[in-house]
Design a protein. Sequence first.
Length: 229
Amino acid sequence: MSLRVLVVEDESKIAEVLKDYLESAGFEVTCLFNGTEALSEFKHIAPDMVLLDLMIPGMNGLDVCREIRRFSSVPIIMITARVEEIDRLLGLELGADDYICKPFSPREVVARVNTVMRRTHGPVSKTALRSADLEIFEQSRRALAAGTELKLTPCEYNLLKVLLSNPDRIFSRNELINAVQGYDFDGYDRTIDSHVKNLRKKIAKLLPQKEIIETIYGVGYRLNSRPTG
């Protein structure tokens, strides 16, 4: 069965080009042109990934992303002509997994979609990773904190997996970006800061008073295998 991609883009020519390239790559594609319609149709379509334009009629892309994240961890790639850092960071804090800036190459979009699909739906091992009251089960892509499941986005899951697989090792921002995104991401180092911030918030709800992910100023981050608290 083909993996399904929902393209939400109000410029019909761009949507058609994306549809053609993605279908040629083997994906099943649905195009919608309005944010409100996309949100109402989301559960019916049940996509494996969403390509979501920032500036769309009805509900804008950031609001659609926010609402989807209330009930789904489906990978979301934002498409935008606005390159200001605040848009990038805001989108990531709402749970977007990546950005593609207009103008773009359709082949680049397909490559990014393939990368995220492999990361999300590809074969995984049956092993579990454990440290500091955290557990990850790779076969089911489940993450637990103090025995309770964490509701993580794909990027947050992969970030925790990298840190948990090497507790007490300090990772630079670039190392984490490459590990989490699956390729050499051409963006701001602060994008990984947004993912770390969101991951910390979710862990803190279940493990309060413990600093598990430490910031090593001027270097990056590490998972403390013996957190204080």
